[in-house]
Design a binder for this molecule. Structure first.
Ligand SMILES: *Cc1c(COP(=O)(O)O)cnc(C)c1O
Length: 431
């Protein structure tokens, strides 16, 4: 697979180069030059395939020139040790549960595939590789878990102090071993800026081998396209168009859905569901992309004021806002609406949805109201409700059971280093 930088279409790299670099030297994001269509037979028989089968079929189609089948199969087997069930809420409405991985959020899919792929590409190197990650909560723990105990690799996490939940903080700071947690006195956007600065710092890069594992890394995105196919395979009536509602922050998840569609998955519409950080719906309305400082919400993994994958979406559609509008619908919701939705889903279906999924549910309802038709509609449930226990219980009036591995994590000792939000502070830690 050849990839270009969103800042320069003429400079092509291999998948291996893109994965190791994370981001292009010109600051652009890597994008596949083309996404081949999956064969007809794949979609005809998709209902007999499980998640691993689908992951293997899709990644083979994309990467057979760079990773031999037997290595690819090993990567998939080790990365996807869990599945993604589709739960029927009634009336052709489904929830795709993406929280069955070790950190109970969908980021396990991307992070574990990336960890396996990077360690595969890194196996002949003798200098340690440092994975640098800015996280608004869930990315960091998924990445840290994916790389935990992988030889030749260490992980440095940056997270905004006081702006992640206690559970998220415990998941970020209790792994130890090759994982270091930096608690930044600032916002997620500060953390993201510091990481971007590190990747632009030639002097640093001459001394430390760094790589990113944020949603900007292409190996985080590709595996997220697998579960869109898998969701489709589990729908009862595949003849109806499928609509996906995607709770969005940095728009990696949504971009992966667009990849699946490019590869032939029959998707009628994507819904970009956002909280009060409404940059994207504002763009669809006005054609103007205006990043803002992020505001804090109860769906905090989506508190992003400058969605990094916007550049990819924009580039995929050749910079045409109208074409983007044909494929993506977008709406923004307040915390109050989100809490009401948690209650409503529980009342109507007896299902406990987390605040991120609840934003997806709201946007789906609005879409279906604006566009009456007969679709199978799927909300991506991106996190386990127990990760946001207080809010979910308060909103629904129902107790949330805490999974055992989360319970254990909560009892461990937090280890973090507090840092200012200036780049030099990060640089000295890395050196
Ligand atoms: C990261 C995250 C999101 C947002 O995903 P993007 O790919 O950044 O748009 C949504 N929900 C949860 C629980 C997350 O952790």
């Amino acid at each position: 697979m050849k990839l270009y930088s969103t800042n320069d279409r003429n400079k092509l790299v291999t998948f291996r180069e893109a994965v190791i670099k994370g981001i292009s030297e010109d600051g652009g994001l890597f994008m596949p030059l083309s996404l081949p269509k999956m064969p007809e037979a794949f979609f005809e028989r998709i209902n007999i395939l499980d998640l691993q089968d689908i992951a293997f079929a899709v990644s083979r189609t994309l990467l057979k020139d760079e990773i031999p089948d037997y290595d690819m199969f090993g990567i998939i087997r080790r990365a996807f040790t869990f599945t993604a069930p589709l739960v029927n809420l009634g009336k052709d409405k489904y929830v795709l549960e993406l929280f069955h991985g070790p950190t109970l959020a969908f980021k396990d899919f991307g992070a574990r595939f990336l960890a396996e792929t990077l360690s595969y590409f890194n196996k002949d190197e003798n200098k340690e590789l440092v994975i640098l990650v800015a996280t608004s909560g869930d990315t960091g723990s998924a990445v840290a878990n994916g790389f935990h105990n992988i030889p030749g690799v260490s992980v440095v996490l940056l997270y905004p102090s006081g702006k992640v939940s206690r559970i998220q903080e415990q998941q970020l700071t209790t792994l130890g071993g090759n994982v270091t947690a930096l608690e930044i006195k600032g916002t997620f956007d500060d953390c993201q800026r510091m990481v971007k600065q590190a990747f632009a710092d030639e002097e640093l890069k001459s001394r430390v081998r760094i790589s990113s594992a944020n949603s900007i890394n292409i190996a985080r995105l590709l595996p997220q396209s697998f579960y869109y196919h898998y969701a489709y395979s589990q729908v009862e009536d595949r003849e109806k168009g499928v609509v996906f509602s995607v709770p969005s922050g940095n728009f990696g998840n949504l971009t992966a859905g667009l990849f699946a569609k490019e590869m032939g998955l029959p998707v009628h519409k994507f819904i970009a569901a956002v909280n009060s950080n409404d940059i994207f719906p504002h763009f669809l309305q006005t054609g103007e992309f205006k990043p803002k400082t992020s505001v804090q919400t109860i769906s905090n993994a989506m508190d992003v004021g400058n969605p990094s994958n916007f550049a990819r979406i924009y580039s995929l559609f050749g910079g045409c806002a109208d074409s983007i509008k044909d494929v993506i619908y977008s709406r923004s919701y307040t915390d109050q609406q989100t809490q009401n939705a948690i209650r409503e889903v529980n009342e109507k279906s007896g299902y406990l949805i987390d605040p991120h999924g609840a934003v997806g549910y709201l946007a789906l309802n609005d879409y279906l109201q604006d566009n009456p038709g007969s679709y199978s509609s799927i909300v991506l449930e991106t996190a386990h409700p127990a990760k946001f226990k207080d809010i979910v219980e308060k909103s629904s009036g129902t107790a949330v059971a805490v999974p055992k591995n989360l319970e254990q994590c909560l009892n461990k000792i937090k280890r973090s280093t507090v840092l200012s939000n200036e780049y030099d502070a990060l640089k000295s830690v890395l050196l």
